[in-house]
Ligand binder design. Structure first.
Ligand SMILES: [Zn+2]
Length: 264
């Protein structure tokens, strides 16, 4: 359990809010209002959530399906494993809709001749920033399924689940999104020119939203070792699954590879 450092009231309904060290945006468990803890500015972002399609039974089925399929898994994974914990947590994200334009000039050397190039790289993104600093979450592998977005409503949460408060506010998240989008645009430039001589990126944040995404976190035991699984409760996809090292030698490897090729 996180240490509770403070006890304050919800600015909307007056309900008691509990928050842990480092949390700055707190969601009221009674009315669902998200509010900023420090400073006197109100928290202004739209607050959404993703509708969950996997309840507990659905998550258990997804785990069983993951264990039974795919490549490079021990043959007896499903039979010999036992789920030791399974919890649905609503994880906070900031989602920004941004237009990015990078004006660049550089040289192409890959053709053997030094050819000058200049132009504009124009992209638009839905970019997500995890609202937590601590703990491990596979943010890169996780594709926020925005099609499942609904307004935040505690009544719509998976029974027995909990939500996490955010450890950064929208201003800090906006700074991060600018840094990350600029770095990403720089990466894309590598396809266009080999030597970048000049690059200026302008980023226009068109929309920003605070979103809680339901994620099932599971651990399972296989041959006395514990492994983790992260499942997107909105899309039903396994975001990350730890696979025990294979034990069955080449036979198991080849069967696994065949299964993978057949797409089963
Ligand atoms: Zn409230």
């Amino acid at each position: 359990m996180p240490e509770l450092v403070d006890s304050i009231s919800c600015p909307k309904c007056g309900g008691p809010l509990r928050l842990a060290t480092g949390e700055v945006i707190v969601t009221c468990p009674y009315c669902g209002t998200a509010s900023r803890i420090r400073g006197d500015k109100p928290f202004l972002l739209r607050h959404g959530m993703l509708a969950a399609r996997l309840d507990r039974a659905g998550a258990e089925a997804a785990i069983a399906g993951w264990m039974a399929g795919g490549v490079m898994k021990p043959d007896d994974l499903r039979k010999a494993s036992r789920v030791t914990s399974l919890e649905c947590v609503y994880v906070p994200f900031f989602v920004f809709e941004v237009d990015a334009t990078t004006s660049y000039a550089g040289v192409i050397t890959r053709t053997g001749t030094n050819e000058r190039r200049s132009g504009s790289l124009v992209r638009d993104y839905f970019w997500k920033i995890l609202g937590r600093r601590s703990g491990e979450f596979p943010t890169r592998e996780y594709k926020l399924p925005l099609a499942h977005k609904v307004p935040f409503d505690t009544a719509g949460m998976v029974p027995g689940s909990r939500f996490m408060n955010a450890e950064m506010d929208e201003e800090e998240a906006a700074r991060l999104v600018r840094e990350q989008v600029e770095a990403h645009q720089r990466e894309l430039l590598k396809d266009l020119v080999d030597v970048v001589e000049e690059a200026r990126t302008s980023i226009d944040v068109k929309d920003a939203e605070f979103l809680h995404a339901p994620i099932w976190f599971a651990t399972y035991a296989y041959r006395e070792t514990s492994y983790g699984l992260v499942i997107d409760a909105a899309s039903g996809e396994v975001v990350r699954g730890e696979i025990p090292p294979p034990t069955g030698g080449f036979g198991e490897f080849l069967r696994g590879a065949t299964r993978g090729l057949l797409g089963r």
